[in-house]
Design a protein around this ligand. Sequence first.
Ligand SMILES: N[C@@H](CCC(=O)N[C@@H](CS)C(=O)NCC(=O)O)C(=O)O
Length: 215
Amino acid sequence: MSTVQIFGAPQSNFVWVTRIVAAEKGLQYELIPVFPHTPHVDAYHPLSKIPALRHGEVTLGESRAICLYLDRMFAGPSLVPADPALAAKTEQWISIICTHVDLTLMRQYAGAYFFPGTADGQPDRARIDSLLQSVEQQFGLLNGAVESTGYLAGHSFTLADAYLVPILFYMRELPESHELLKRSRALGEYLDRHLRHPSVKATIPPPMSALQATG
Ligand SMILES: N[C@@H](CCC(=O)N[C@@H](CS)C(=O)NCC(=O)O)C(=O)O
């Protein structure tokens, strides 16, 4: 059967999640490191975002849909627990991460550093400062969520953790969130431990500064 192709710059936290799932499955795939709004992505994602996927006749956009496809299509460990309550808890956190955590921490806060849109290309200080209270609130929420078991759902690494770890990886690189991670003991330990998880470790992306070289 055809090779699975994943389209998207590996630095994207959403592309990274799909690569964690592929690694869990032991899947050989082709990563095509393209930007959003480029021809392949236009063709496969209804909103031309990354990640997108092609596998034979199947084309998909959206990380959660791609993870579901890889999980059901290929043998190997699943990152969604079989137990209904744990599966639902996993989906609860994925939804919160996609709709709230990613929005504040990646699109807004990290975006103001990595894609500032300022005249001189420097981080957008006013924007960053205006976000710090919301960033701190998110860290409080997440620290509490992992405090008791070291996982977002139950007692093992799930797709919810695969969504969160890439975001926290970038939070450690930025000054205010780096400090917050140091102060959020459970969350800092959570990140250290899960960065050693084999499917995460095997898919750590190149630095954001190398982004220009891709696509
Ligand atoms: N809900 C989407 C979000 C994907 C997303 O926001 N990707 C970013 C890169 S990390 C993107 O393509 N941004 C371009 C845009 O929003 O137009 C998913 O889960 O895949």
